[in-house]
Design a protein. Structure first.
Length: 214
């Protein structure tokens, strides 16, 4: 079985096991972007608390976050952890957004995918996983998101090497799957489910849906 068939087989099996994951949760593309930055080095439940604070303060809009005091903003996102660092990262993103796209997300996402990805990676605090999450989940762009779960699961099953880079892992998926936003979205969400429930640093292989499957 080639890699393309294997990846499709895994996807179909995980989808039948878990069902659609409806990820990424968010009421707007901008909320998804803020969530993608806040979720660095924390779990989603903490991000939800921080986003709820922003909603209650009526700040969940580009122009409002761009104008709010950094210290005040940091206090609101405190539940997400590393709040001083993350407030500066979000402020840097806002600065970039207004300088390059007048604060307009539609204009931003009209940009060529390759160019926009490079631009996002130039913003302090936005790495490949965050950039791809913004592009895929907020912008509906066909770019595959790779995270620690992806690398752990697929290296343990021998489909990628243990020392493969982010780019190499991303390329493995994009070279062997159709260029499809909905597929990339659901596949990554299903991988996260496996990682959270089974494929941890201490393995729980006996109950994993991929155990003895490949």
């Amino acid at each position: 079985m080639n890699n393309s068939d294997t990846l499709k087989k895994i996807y179909n099996h995980l989808l039948s096991t878990f069902g659609p994951c409806n990820w990424w949760p968010g009421d707007s593309p901008f909320e998804v972007i803020i969530g993608a930055i806040l979720t660095q080095n924390t779990n989603w439940s903490n991000v939800e608390k921080a986003i709820q604070n922003l909603k209650q303060a009526n700040l969940l809009a580009p122009e409002k976050i761009n104008e709010v005091d950094t210290a005040e903003f940091a206090e609101l996102i405190k539940p997400a952890g590393y709040f001083n660092v993350k407030s500066k990262r979000i402020k840097k993103f806002m600065e970039w957004l207004f300088e390059n796209y007048d604060g307009d997300l539609s204009m931003m996402f009209d940009q060529d995918l390759g160019i926009l990805r490079c631009e996002l990676l130039s913003v302090n605090g936005i790495g490949p996983e965050t950039a791809d999450s913004i592009l895929l989940y907020a912008g509906d762009k066909p770019t595959f998101v790779v995270d620690a779960y992806t690398h752990r699961i697929f290296s343990r099953h021998g489909l990628i090497s243990e020392d493969s880079s982010y780019h190499e892992t991303k390329e493995f998926f994009e070279d062997n799957l159709p260029e499809d936003v909905a597929l990339y979205n659901e596949y990554h969400a299903l991988i996260v489910q496996v990682g959270k429930e089974y494929c941890k640093p201490k393995k729980k292989c006996d109950k994993c849906p991929l155990n003895n499957f490949l």
